[in-house]
Design a protein around this ligand. Sequence first.
Ligand SMILES: [Zn+2]
Length: 153
Amino acid sequence: MKIVRSARPAAIAVLRQATALFPKRNKLSDGLLPSAAHIKQSPNSDHNTGLAVDLTHDPQNGIDCAELFEKFKEDKRVNYLIFQGKIWSKAYRTQGNRKYSGNNPHNKHLHISILAAHANDTSPWFHWLDKPKTLSKVRARLQRKPKKKPSTN
Ligand SMILES: [Zn+2]
C-alpha cells in the first residue's frame, strides 16, 4: 500500500469544521496521517492513504463521538466508523454495529474512514448542528476590518 504525504480534503474537513463549530474542543487524539509505528502496526489502515481521520471525543466541549458515530452513518462519504469497541461499516450496514476487536478500542477518538469516491467532498460534516451564530463569528474573525475611506473634502 502506498503511503501518502497528505490527507484528503474530506478527512481534513472533519477536523477543521469541528474546530470552527467548537473552538475549545480537545484535539489530543486528533489524527490524519499515521506515524511510522502506526504504519508498521496497521499496514492496511486507511490513514496510510489519507482517507481516514481521528476526531477526539470531548462531549463537554461539543464533540460527542457516541452521537457522531450514529449521525455519520447517514453521510455518503463514510466507509466505516470505529468508536469505543464498536465498528459500523457501509458494506455491512445490515449487520448494524459490530464488535471491534482491533488492538486499540478507540475509547478517546472516533475513527472515520472515507470512501475514495468522496475524498474531495468537503461539504458540511456537522450539517444538523444549526449554529449560524458560531459560524458567523468565525467568519467575522477572519474578515479584515474595513478600512475607513479618507475624507475627500
Ligand atoms: Zn484512525
